[in-house]
Design a protein around this ligand. Structure first.
Ligand code: HEM
Length: 83
């Protein structure tokens, strides 16, 4: 089992999930309901794509949380628990 977490496949999994974490984390930030009132996203709310993304906010969490979880698990199995 330990061999698998030191394999190239495991490293690729950490990398791909890391990118998914970044994208999903950014989408969650910009579709947070705290934002539409703010200057940052105020103008975004005029765009139909943003309105569609905004509706998927709760679903993006269902991708983000497991992705960070599995990413972290693989990373800890690769490098061990810090300390
Ligand atoms: C929102 C949360 C996170 C994001 C956006 C994120 C993103 C990334 C990205 C883009 C990489 C580079 C990919 C690579 O070098 O393979 C990476 C690598 C890494 N992440 Fe994360 N990560 C997150 C959470 C975590 C957590 C919670 C842990 C550990 C508990 C973690 C541990 C690591 C480690 C150890 C690496 C280096 C892997 C390697 O050397 O191949 N990350 N992360």
């Amino acid at each position: 089992m330990d061999e698998f977490f030191h394999s190239i496949e495991a490293a690729r999994t950490i990398y791909v999930l890391g990118i998914i974490n970044l994208v999903a984390g950014t989408l969650i930030f910009f579709t947070c309901r705290c934002l539409p009132g703010s200057k940052i996203a105020g103008r975004l709310t005029n765009h139909s794509l943003y309105k569609r993304l905004f509706r998927y906010h709760c679903h993006i969490w269902k991708v983000f949380i497991p992705s960070v979880g599995v990413h972290a698990l693989f990373a800890i199995m690769l490098y061990g628990w810090p300390g």
